[in-house]
Design a protein around this ligand. Structure first.
Ligand code: NAP
Length: 291
């Protein structure tokens, strides 16, 4: 058996096309969508990722500015930047890119992003709304997993989904999105005993641990759908997932590639959220245009 490839590139292209139309509509109404990414690290891989978001934004008519506060920025300095962006009517979306400088905690800062501009669903209000099942911006990567499965026509109702990883960015919000879709959800983490015993019970297995090759064929029930969220850099500069790409395709029914799976859909959703925020700022008649 060779697993079907669940590519995210076609879905991302469709999302970008719709976002471009909506961005033009927002601009016509006097709100050209604007996204600001606050960067506070010298890590080249993170800077590259942020530049790739900015390029994608430009292609769909979103102005994306990167505010690089430097890898030595303090909590107070970063908060001052976020507070300024929070009250700037020309800014519709704000992303605080991690990692942050040593000693600076995400939890001390994300509350400074107003929920209406929190396009990566990182703040406590966004996450609280997600847990309650209320409207708001969900973390883009978690949403991307669900969108990829939807796009491939996999109904989640009643399916057992095992998520490996419990971060606030991916695993925890994803568990709630899956519950909202009537899946039965198990969340595993680094303290889970006998990981494979859990993952082998999955109809859908989501790997979001950030560990190269963590998920091998032994972890996968034959025919299961496997979504690889991991994006890990190898020593020779390649981008690889958490799933062992040599053994798992022989067991899984379907598998997302890395790169080209969840990643491009995540970027597309960040931009979609930014335009949704801009249309909301443009007023009720504009938002009736819908997502
Ligand atoms: P994170 O904050 O480091 O969380 C990793 C999670 O995996 C933690 O809950 C950890 O458990 C768990 N874990 C680590 N080792 C494990 C093991 N051996 N067995 C079981 N669970 C284990 O990472 P993250 O931000 O969620 O990101 C996860 C991966 O997704 C990374 O590769 C990241 O680059 C990637 N990512 C991709 C996108 C995208 O757009 N494609 C976006 C965001 C993240 P504990 O809680 O017990 O420590």
């Amino acid at each position: 058996m060779t697993a079907d490839v669940l590519s995210g590139t076609e879905l991302a292209a469709a999302l970008h096309a719709r976002t471009a139309r909506r961005a033009a509509g927002s601009a016509e109404r006097g709100h050209p969508p604007r996204l600001v990414v606050v960067l506070a690290t010298g890590e080249e891989s993170t800077a590259w990722y942020v530049r790739s978001i900015a390029r994608a934004a430009g292609r769909v008519g979103i102005d994306c500015t990167v505010v690089d506060v430097g890898a030595a920025a303090t909590t107070e300095e970063i908060r001052a930047v976020l507070d300024r962006l929070a009250v700037d009517d020309a800014v519709h979306g704000i992303i605080l890119q991690t990692p942050l400088p040593p000693g600076v905690e995400v939890a001390d800062l994300v509350g400074s992003i107003p929920p209406g501009k929190d396009v990566d669903g990182a703040g406590p209000q966004s996450l609280g709304r997600l847990v309650c099942g209320w409207p708001g911006f969900a973390p883009a990567t978690a949403r991307a997993v669900v969108e990829v499965l939807d796009h491939a026509g996999h109904d989640l109702a009643g399916r057992h989904v095992v998520v490996v990883g419990r971060s606030t960015v991916v695993g925890k919000p994803l568990a709630h999105l899956l519950l909202d879709r009537d899946a039965t959800v198990t969340v595993c983490h680094s303290r889970t005993k006998s990981l494979a015993e859990h993952t082998r019970t999955a109809d859908v297995l989501v790997a979001a641990a950030g560990r190269i090759g963590l998920i091998t064929a032994d972890h996968v029930r034959p025919g299961a759908i496997v979504v690889d969220v991991g994006t890990n850099s190898t020593l020779d500069g390649r981008l690889v997932g958490d799933v062992d790409a040599r053994t798992v395709p022989g067991v899984a029914g379907a598998l997302t590639p890395v790169p080209g799976g969840v990643g491009p859909v995540t970027t597309a959703l960040l931009l979609e959220h930014t335009v949704t925020a801009a249309l909301a700022a443009a007023g009720p008649s504009a938002t009736q245009e819908g997502p």
